[in-house]
Design a protein. Structure first.
Length: 294
């Protein structure tokens, strides 16, 4: 099934038109999309009119979908039925706009920090798929950072000192970075413990090294906590310089797919007391053989 592909940023981010994700895809098309995401890190599929089942089918072409972390918040009602779907919206379980004190609205404040999905999990997130349902009239963009380009821009000696470092990623840590965000409860702590991953990962498709960072990155193995924090903060500032960042302005019918191994992203604010913003997110896990190789 042929499609058109155009690069939107000088180093990454592709736009795909002419592909209907509401229809099953053949192996050749899945292979072509895989090659495109390996090259561009982020893809936006324009003019989609798909349901949740279509999104899950498309996601499953590329790996095993992870259960949403919201299933571990026992006191919080979910609006969506399938456990693999994350409700990225300012709507409560009844479909009404949430007020400022709603815990789920407070949980989502951390999405405005630079991060890569599921870096605190094992296996980590491979690809994420975010499908627009309803959009605000203004604001609510999503920014992406090219972590391969950020790595390439580092001096060779700096790269040498970073290659073998391991970083501890923790959801509890990132949750604590935003004032008002509720801490992890006991069920979340039990089911979502911290995990350790390489600071530098070579992408299995493109073979390009990339910095593997996120707001979840808490400390560096083998360094003091203060030394590790200083290093992580310096690299986060470097990786999110303007030349590595592309802001996606959402349009109706957009589905954005990104590679968590070579990009970071963050949500941008909008007037939540005035507008509704509703999107669906799915994430597929990295395969065990790729993690073993890493």
């Amino acid at each position: 099934m042929p499609f058109q592909l155009k690069q939107l940023h000088k180093t990454f981010f592709g736009e795909i038109t002419g592909l209907d994700l509401g229809q099953p895809l053949d192996e050749a098309t899945v292979a072509a999309v895989t090659a495109a995401i390996d090259r561009h890190g982020v893809l936006v599929f324009r003019d989609q009119n798909i349901g949740d089942g279509d999104q899950l089918r498309f996601s499953n072409y590329f790996g095993q979908t992870q259960r949403s972390i919201t299933v571990h918040r026992e006191e919080q009602a979910r609006r969506l039925g399938q456990e693999e779907l994350s409700d990225i919206s300012n709507l409560d379980e009844h479909g009404f706009r949430m007020d400022r004190t709603n815990p789920r609205r407070l949980y989502q404040l951390t999405t405005m920090l630079w991060h890569t999905d599921s870096s605190f999990r094992n296996p980590v997130g491979k690809y994420t798929f975010l499908c627009a349902k309803r959009l605000p009239a203004e604001g609510g963009n999503t920014e992406f950072a090219d972590m391969c380009a950020a790595w390439d821009a580092l001096p060779a000696e700096r790269q040498r000192t970073l290659r073998d470092l391991q970083v501890r990623h923790s959801l509890a840590y990132s949750r604590g970075l935003v004032e008002g965000s509720p801490p992890l409860d006991e069920t979340e702590r039990r089911n979502l413990p911290p995990s350790v991953h390489p600071l530098v990962r070579v992408h299995p498709g493109s073979k390009r090294p990339a910095l593997y960072l996120a707001s979840h990155a808490e400390s560096v193995e083998g360094l003091s906590y203060e030394e590790g924090r200083k290093l992580i903060d310096e690299l986060m500032a470097h990786a999110t310089r303007p030349e590595f960042v592309h802001a996606h302005v959402w349009r109706a019918g957009d589905l954005v797919m990104w590679d968590n191994r070579s990009t970071m992203h963050r949500a941008m604010p909008f007037d939540e007391d005035r507008y509704v913003r509703e999107l669906r997110r799915t994430t597929v896990a990295e395969s065990a053989d790729v993690l073993q190789a890493a």
